[in-house]
Design a protein around this ligand. Structure first.
Ligand code: SAM
Length: 260
C-alpha cells in the first residue's frame, strides 16, 4: 500500500472562510476526479474485504480521500460553509456527526455547539479528526458503524449530521433507509434537528437518483418532519425535525431554501 500523502494539516483545515465569489473553480474538477477514484476503490475493496476494511484502506492510502481539506480545491469547503449557514442563528447542546470523516464540517460548527461527538467507521479517519480538532476540548471522535450504534446514544442529541455518508452504506434498499431514518430520529431529543446532505448533480444521473431516494425516505418517515430542502450545486440538503414532540413545525426558509 502506498504511503499516505500528507494533504491535511490543522491550519489548512481551519483556514479562514472563503471569499464569497465562485462556489468552485475549474480546477475543482480535480476534486471530483479524486473523489471518483476513492469511490471506485471503496466499491472494489468492499466486495472482498467488507465496508470497514475498505474505508480503512482508503484513509491509509490517502490522508484525505475526498480532498476535503486541501486548500487547492474550494468546493468542499464551500459546501460545508453553506450547510453551516443553513443552521446559523441556532445553538445546539449536543451534536452528533455520523460518518464524520476528518470532522471538518463538525469543526465549522464549533461556535454553535456545546459538545460534539463524531463517529466514523474508519479508525484512521477518527485518528485524524482527533488530531485536527485537538484544540477543541468539547469535541470527541470515536469509531462506530452507523448500522450498529449503541442504544446508549438514544435521545442524546439536538443535532444529528449525516453529510455525504448514507450513499456509502450497503445494503441501501428502501426498508433499510426507512430503518435508518427511524434510527436517526431515535438519536434525537424531541424536536431535535437532523441534517441530511448528499451530492446531487443532475436529476437523471444514478448517484443523484440515489440521493433523491435517500432524502425521500427520510422526509417520508413518520418520525421526521421535513422543514426545508436546499438544492445547491452540487448537493442536496434536507433539514428534518424529530417528529414526536412537534405538533406545529417552525418552517425554515434557508438560503435559496424551499420551505415545506
Ligand atoms: C465522503 S466521506 C464524508 C465525511 C464527512 N461527513 C464530510 O462531509 O466531510 C464518507 C464517510 O462515511 C464514513 N462511513 C462509511 N460507512 C460508514 C458506516 N457504516 N458507519 C460510519 N461511518 C461510515 C466513511 O468512513 C467516510 O469517512
Amino acid at each position: 500500500m502506498k504511503k499516505p500523502t500528507s494533504e491535511v494539516s490543522a491550519p489548512q483545515a481551519l483556514g479562514r472562510p472563503l471569499p464569497p465569489r465562485f462556489f468552485m473553480m475549474p480546477r475543482d474538477i480535480g476534486l471530483f476526479l479524486k473523489s471518483a477514484r476513492t469511490d471506485a476503490t471503496i466499491l472494489r475493496l468492499r466486495a472482498t474485504l467488507g465496508a470497514r476494511a475498505a474505508f480503512e484502506a482508503v484513509y491509509s492510502r490517502w490522508n484525505d480521500p475526498w480532498v476535503a481539506a486541501s486548500p487547492r480545491y474550494r468546493y468542499q469547503r464551500r459546501k460545508y460553509e453553506q450547510v453551516v449557514g443553513m443552521l446559523s442563528g441556532r445553538h445546539y447542546r449536543r451534536a452528533l456527526d455520523l460518518g464524520c470523516g476528518l470532522g471538518l464540517l463538525s469543526q465549522l460548527l464549533a461556535p454553535q455547539v456545546d459538545e460534539l461527538l463524531g463517529l466514523d467507521i474508519a479508525d484512521a479517519a477518527i485518528e485524524r479528526a482527533r488530531q485536527l480538532a485537538a484544540h477543541l476540548s468539547n469535541f470527541r471522535f470515536e469509531q462506530a458503524d452507523i448500522f450498529d450504534l449503541p442504544k446508549t446514544l438514544d435521545h442524546g442529541f439536538d443535532l444529528v449530521l449525516l453529510a455525504d455518508t448514507l450513499y456509502y452504506l450497503s445494503p441501501l434498499d428502501d426498508e433499510t433507509l426507512k430503518q435508518l431514518a427511524v434510527r436517526a430520529a431515535d438519536l434525537l431529543v424531541p424536536g431535535g434537528m437532523c441534517v441530511l446532505v448528499n451530492h446531487y448533480f443532475f436529476a437523471a444521473d444514478s448517484d443523484s437518483r440515489l440521493s433523491r431516494r435517500i432524502h425521500r425516505a427520510f422526509s417520508s418517515s413518520h418520525r421526521l418532519l421535513l422543514t426545508s430542502e436546499h438544492r445547491k450545486p452540487f448537493f442536496l440538503a434536507s433539514l428534518l425535525t424529530e417528529h414526536s414532540s412537534r405538533s406545529s413545525p417552525v418552517l425554515d426558509q434557508g438560503i435559496e431554501g424551499r420551505a415545506v
